[in-house]
Design a protein. Structure first.
Length: 534
């Protein structure tokens, strides 16, 4: 007997192979059979004529570390068909974190969301997630920025030997407690103050423990090529597999660098270096508004940053240095103070005009009022380059977002539409409409490839013995409905989602199940060496 039979689906199994019609038998948390199954053998049958059945989507670039505790149903993720996320990206992880860095971060989440983080280490954090009960599976990368901040605060200098030892110890322990690797965000403080040598040393520790390195590079625009060379060197020195996060060419004057950027990556791959990348299917990025500031302005604690932004000589220097910023290409996405909500959805140039200020003064004043907690969307990328990147065989689909919902504190502001639309958008726009990707190839980029790369054993393929993380979607109607102006819309066409064998989305609605698990690095799932082909 099976607990559930998915009958008559067009199965796209995740491997990249063509679709085939079959029934899928689920027993407990596993796929027990794929083939011809009599419906009388199932306690429940879902008829899937006209629907595609594929493995649950795996979002390898998530920022849901804290949001999952506010939204354990993972509404925006699971309704896209996402069954697993990997958080802790861009150097920013919920754990490990300690000292004054933890106090400052905790205060932010307490004030904004009423969250009371109790953990320091990875084990404790995982314990809190498990106690909450999640609707999706969740794995974690160790954030280099978070670790460096915990050890050195926001200091713009190299660590001394004791500080380096403390960072090494944090990486080793975090890996041993189940993290999947190390992430770094080199445009963000305090990792922007770290040398390639520091990164390689920490990368080597992560490698010794079986992890990979993911990187938001030091530049994705003017210094893109230098940044790619730097991180390729770091990963080669550390002999660690490298995942370049959200690969892009930022800023119109840099769009022409794509050919050389891809050449650098592909040359490294052909030399045997294990490097891959991920990308979201949109041409705008999303991060804190303070990302417009140069590194020198980001040094120190938040209190020090805020004092600096109020200094008139600093303002004058910023006005001289930021002359080439395109303020009409940056949209204010979310603020924390009611009085500033009128700026949400406006470009900085418009918002500055509303406030009766120049853009630099407006940005500095807003960052001070909001204690730097301003989220912004940057329209800086090329659609043509996006399509070239997505078709590369070593590029996976990922959202680069934290899970949201249509109600509660996570429905505030105007989050990037990728939060609600990434995976259906690939299926609707880039598979069905533009025919840029074949369906099996697109599915593979969202399932098998991420699982293999991040060492998630028993997931990413529709095959007997694997965990029953399964999506049933309508290939004729699947579509994202989230836009920059109106982002909070769930997609069309995602009909059923199973997480570890439990129906979590039913007829497009969240069924309330919380069958997700913490994904710890397992020896069984550790990737083997060598580059991945295909
Ligand atoms: Zn990033």
């Amino acid at each position: 007997m099976f607990d559930l039979i998915i009958a008559g689906a067009s199965v796209v199994d995740g491997s990249g192979s063509p679709p085939f019609t079959a029934d899928i038998g689920v027993a407990g948390d596993r796929i027990a059979a794929v083939g011809k199954i009599s419906e009388s053998q199932g306690r429940r049958v879902i008829r899937a004529d006209g629907l595609v059945a594929c493995p649950g989507f795996v979002d390898v670039h998530s920022h849901s570390d804290y949001f999952l505790l506010l939204n354990p149903r993972a509404e925006s993720a699971v309704r896209q068909g996402v069954t697993s996320e990997i958080g802790g990206n861009c150097g920013y992880s919920a754990a490990p974190i300690w000292g004054s860095w933890k106090e400052e971060r905790d205060q932010t989440y307490r004030e904004l969301y009423g969250l009371d983080p109790q953990w320091r280490g990875v084990r404790e954090y995982f314990g809190q997630l498990a106690a909450e009960g999640l609707s999706i599976n969740f794995g974690l990368l160790l954030g280099h920025n978070t670790i460096r901040g915990s050890v050195l605060g926001g200091a713009a200098r190299p660590p001394d030997s004791g500080e380096m030892a403390a960072m090494i110890q944090a990486v080793r322990q975090g890996m041993q407690e189940g993290a999947l690797g190390l992430s770094t965000g080199l445009i963000y403080a305090p990792a922007c103050f770290a040398s390639a040598e520091e990164l390689a040393t920490l990368g080597q520790v992560a490698r010794e423990e079986g992890g990979l390195l993911t990187c938001h590079m030091r530049s994705e625009g003017d210094g893109l090529l230098e940044a790619i060379r730097e991180i390729l060197d770091v990963a080669r020195t550390a002999q660690i597999p490298l995942q370049i996060s959200h690969l892009k060419t930022s800023g119109e004057r840099n769009w022409g660098k794509l050919t050389e950027a891809l050449r650098l990556i592909e040359e490294a791959r052909s030399r045997g270096q294990d490097v891959a990348a991920d990308r979201y299917p949109y041409t705008a990025s999303n991060t804190g508004l303070q990302a417009v500031l140069p590194a020198w302005a980001l040094e120190g604690s938040r209190v020090e940053q805020l004092a600096r932004l109020q200094d008139s000589s600093v303002r004058e220097r910023l006005k001289r240095e930021l002359t080439d910023r395109q303020w009409d290409r940056i949209m204010i996405a979310e603020v924390t103070r009611e009085g500033n909500r009128r700026y949400e959805g406006l470009e900085v140039s418009q918002a500055a005009a509303v406030a009766g200020k120049g853009p630099v003064d407006f940005v500095c004043d807003l960052l001070v009022e909001e204690e730097t907690r301003v989220d912004a969307i940057f329209f800086t990328m090329s659609e043509e380059n996006l399509q070239q990147i997505l078709t590369r065989p070593y590029v996976m689909v990922a959202s680069d977002s934290g899970t949201r919902a249509h109600v509660g504190p996570l429905s505030r502001g105007r989050p990037h539409p990728r939060t609600f639309g990434t995976f259906p958008r690939v299926l609707g726009v880039y598979v069905r409409e533009k025919r840029l990707l074949d369906l099996p190839v697109a599915i593979r980029k969202m399932t098998f490839d991420p699982c293999r790369r991040f060492g998630l054993a028993g997931r990413g393929l529709i095959a007997p013995g694997n965990f029953a993380d399964v999506v049933l979607f309508d290939p004729d109607t699947v579509a994202d409905r989230s836009s920059y102006r109106e982002p909070i819309h769930y997609p069309h066409g995602i009909r059923y989602v199973l997480v570890n064998g439990v129906v979590t989305v039913e007829e497009g609605e969240h069924a309330g199940a919380r069958a997700g698990r913490v994904l710890r690095r397992s020896n069984e799932g550790t990737r083997r060496g060598g580059p991945e082909r295909g």
